[in-house]
Design a protein around this ligand. Structure first.
Ligand code: TYM
Length: 344
């Protein structure tokens, strides 16, 4: 049995599952990042080998000005730790510190087709938002993401619903690589504890919470208590249901969904019953939601602020994380070069 095949079988089994995910440092982290991704990171780190990184290279595709990059990278590292990532358990690192990523990205680019890249939803959205900067990095964004993941031969990728297509593309690149050069990589899957990938809606009933768009309708982990209250109280509602058991309009359904993330089951049941019986008062519901969000976010915010004050600590964390990530990446790249016949 070849060395490559043994590696392949080994990394396909659940017990040895390797977990990888990343977050771009393009703004403040929000409830969507937490419930779509970081909540899963925290659980997975207890059992599996985990690689979590700050995707600073991906950030350059939309944010070429690097003046604030360093402080954004540090803040994302601090917020990850404040949310429960233990850097002793998981490798917490910065994408640009792992140079092997660039090499694998290059090889994968030869296996990615222009047609499929142009059809990617995130490419089309971003091209629309920045018509003067439709750069090649934006087009090959999913290739770089695939390189991040398979560099560690990861199989589980905890992400929110918006990343589903990128994961499907990663699997396609893996299939093509394995077919052409031999079975080096397992196929990565988007992962969530629970049935479905999560999409945390924005407070205004349009779209999802986001780092750089829709800021007044997004609750950030760095928002102070008053700002959280103000944003939640502004959420769109109406005069209330007019018939028993009426279906909920989208914007009301969103408020219930947000409540499910941060409130007690008994609180949700109480407002659900009031809705069905047409006695609901949205003002009371929003006040309750705001207080539950404050209770959830305020300890994370305070912890993140304290961590950010210790720049030396964060540097040490990133160095340790990069060491673990580079060791894993170097092993993979040896296999890749061997499989591709690039060893002379
Ligand atoms: P990014 O930085 O946009 O988002 C980080 C993570 O947060 C999730 N997320 C959400 N989940 C639910 N509801 C929302 N409203 C919401 N908004 C964001 C995202 O799904 C993601 O899991 N391309 C990635 C970064 C990346 C990456 C990787 C991810 C680079 N390399 C390798 C996984 C593996 C991105 O832009 O995430």
């Amino acid at each position: 049995m070849s060395r490559l095949y043994i590696y392949y079988i080994c990394f396909m089994s659940t017990e040895n599952a390797i977990v990888m995910s990343g977050i771009r440092p393009t703004g403040y982290l929000h409830l969507g990042n937490y419930f779509g991704a970081m909540r899963n990171y925290v659980k997975l780190q207890e059992k599996y080998t985990c690689f979590f990184m700050v995707a600073d290279l991906h950030a350059l595709t939309t944010h070429p000005d690097t003046k604030e990059l360093k402080s954004n990278v540090y803040r994302v590292i601090a917020e990850n730790i404040a949310c429960g990532i233990d850097p002793e358990k998981a490798a917490l690192y910065c994408q640009s510190h792992v140079h092997e990523t660039a090499e694998l990205y290059l090889y994968l680019n030869m296996l990615a087709y222009l047609g499929e890249l142009e059809k990617t939803t995130t490419f089309k959205d971003k091209a629309r938002l920045q018509p003067d900067n439709i750069n090649a990095g934006l087009l090959t964004y999913p290739v770089l993401q695939a390189a991040d993941i398979i560099l560690h031969r990861a199989t589980w990728v905890p992400v929110g619903k918006d990343q589903e297509q990128h994961l499907e593309m990663s699997r396609n690149f893996v299939k093509r690589f394995n077919h052409r050069y031999g079975n080096v990589f397992p196929e990565p899957m988007a992962y969530n504890f629970g049935d479905e990938l999560v999409k945390v809606p924005s407070l205004d009933g349009t779209g999802k919470m986001s780092k750089s768009e829709n800021q007044l309708a997004t609750i950030y982990l760095a928002d102070d208590d008053e700002l959280i209250r103000k944003k939640v109280m502004k959420a769109k509602t109406d005069g209330g249901p007019t018939e028993i058991n009426m279906p909920k309009p989208d914007y009301i359904e969103n408020i219930f969904q947000l409540m499910k993330l941060v409130s007690e089951q008994s609180t949700i049941d109480q407002f659900e019953k009031a809705y069905q019986e047409c006695t609901i008062r949205y003002g009371d519901m929003k006040k309750q939601l705001a207080e539950d969000m404050v209770t959830f976010i305020s300890p994370i915010r305070q912890k993140a602020i304290a961590i950010q004050q210790d720049e030396r600590y964060m540097q040490t964390i990133m160095e340790q994380g990069a060491e673990k990530a580079c060791a894993s990446a170097q092993k993979t790249m040896e296999l890749v070069r061997e499989a591709m016949g690039l060893v002379y």
